[in-house]
Design a protein around this ligand. Structure first.
Ligand SMILES: *Cc1c(COP(=O)(O)O)cnc(C)c1O
Length: 434
């Protein structure tokens, strides 16, 4: 498998390089150089395949024989091993539940597949690899769970002190063994800055062999395309035209949907649903991409003002007018916190279903599109279990939620983290002592 950088199409690398060194020096992002469509036969008979088989066939279509079939099957079957069920609210709207993995957010798919792929590529290395990752909440928990006890890999998670929910903090700080957490006295941007500087620092590079697990890594994107096909399989007999409403922040999830579309999964349209951090819906309206500072909302995993995957979306639809090409496939909508909170209430009242604030934004996008396209079935992505955002959901519904056992177990565990100041020298000396 060959990949190019979005900043320079002649900068071509293989998958191992793209996965282990996620960020090209020209500061673009890696994208598959060739996307071979799936066979029509497979798509026609997709109901006959189990999710793991669908994932394997799609992985093979993208990765080719770069990884031998037997190894690729093992990588897929050990990571894509929890279901992605579609729940129908009614004839016109359904939701794809992506929260049945260990950390109960869709990021489990990307993190687990990346962990398997990295340990495959590192199996002959004798030097341990250290994964540095900055998190604003959900990524850290999924990465920790994905890499826990993986041989030859040490994980260091940086998170902003007091800026993640108490449950999210427990999901980052209670692992031990090869997972360590650093509590940075600053905000998420400080954590991200420290990680980026560490990657370039000579002293640290001679002590550690660093790699990155954040969402720019193509290994997180590839597996996210699989569940669009799994959803299509479940909806196919109920609807002629199927669209997906994707609650979006950094736009990795939506880009993965576009990959599934390029692979030939019959997806009629995409709805990019955001909170008031609406850089991409604005672009779809005006043709002008204008990044902004992010604004805090109740769907906080989508508080991104300059989504990094936007350049990947563009690269998939390059042409005489990239803007027109993108508008043909994607419609953008933006919703504020009041509407989101109301949507949680409505979904509960009308369909007896509890959505998390991110899924609720997706639902609003589905409703908005449906009003002009009544012949389309729309599936919105439920990106996290509502229990992960229980304070917001409990306020909207005015009742207590029972926390699922998978999340509950974290609450009684003991937090272990190393405090750090936000200046690079403090952080560096801390790493050198580790
Ligand atoms: C990360 C996240 C999102 C945003 O996904 P992107 O791929 O960044 O657009 C949405 N919902 C939840 C719950 C998340 O954790």
């Amino acid at each position: 498998m060959k990949l190019f950088s979005t900043n320079n199409k002649s900068n071509i690398v293989d998958l191992k390089e793209a996965v282990l060194h996620a960020y090209p020096e020209d500061k673009g992002l890696y994208m598959p150089a060739e996307i071979n469509p799936l066979s029509e036969e497979f798509i026609k008979n997709i109901e006959q395949y189990h999710f793991t088989e669908i994932a394997y066939i799609m992985a093979q279509s993208l990765i080719g024989d770069y990884i031998p079939g037997k190894d690729l099957y093992r990588i897929v079957s050990q990571s894509i091993n929890f279901p992605a069920p579609v729940h129908f609210l009614n004839q016109a709207i359904s939701t794809l539940e992506l929260f049945h993995g260990p950390s109960m957010a869709f990021k489990d798919y990307g993190a687990r597949f990346m962990a398997e792929l990295m340990s495959y590529f590192l199996k002959d290395e004798n030097r341990p690899t250290t994964i540095l990752v900055a998190t604003s909440g959900d990524t850290g928990g999924a990465v920790a769970s994905g890499f826990f006890n993986v041989d030859g890999i040490e994980v260091i998670i940086l998170y902003p002190k007091g800026k993640v929910s108490p449950l999210q903090e427990k999901q980052l700080t209670t692992w031990g063994n090869n997972i360590q957490a650093i509590e940075v006295n600053g905000v998420f941007d400080d954590c991200q800055r420290l990680v980026k500087r560490a990657f370039l620092d000579g002293d640290l590079k001679s002590k550690f062999s660093f790699s990155s697990a954040n969402s720019i890594n193509i290994a997180r994107l590839i597996p996210q395309s699989f569940y669009y096909a799994e959803a299509y399989k479940q909806i196919k007999s109920q609807a002629k035209k199927i669209a997906f409403a994707v609650p979006s922040g950094n736009f990795g999830n939506l880009t993965a949907g576009l990959l599934a579309h390029k692979l030939g999964i019959p997806i009629h349209h995409f709805i990019a649903a955001t909170n008031i951090n609406d850089t991409v819906p604005q672009y779809l309206q005006t043709g002008i991409y204008e990044p902004k500072a992010s604004v805090p909302t109740i769907s906080n995993a989508m508080d991104v003002g300059d989504p990094s995957n936007f350049v990947r979306m563009q690269s998939l639809f390059e042409g005489s007018s990239t803007w027109n090409n993108l508008k043909e496939v994607i419609t953008g909508f933006t919703f504020d916190d009041g509407l989101t909170s109301n949507a949680i209430k409505t979904i509960s009242k009308e369909y007896n279903y509890i959505a998390d604030p991110h899924g609720a934004v997706g639902y609003l996008g589905a409703k908005a599109y449906l009003s002009n396209h009544p012949d389309t079935h729309i599936c919105f992505l439920e990106t996290a279990h509502p229990g992960k955002f229980s304070d917001v959901v409990e306020t909207a519904l005015n009742k207590k939620l029972a926390l699922p056992e998978k999340l509950n177990v974290f609450l009684s565990k003991e937090k272990k983290s190393i405090p750090s100041n936000k200046d690079f020298e403090s952080f560096k000396s801390l790493l050198l002592e580790m």
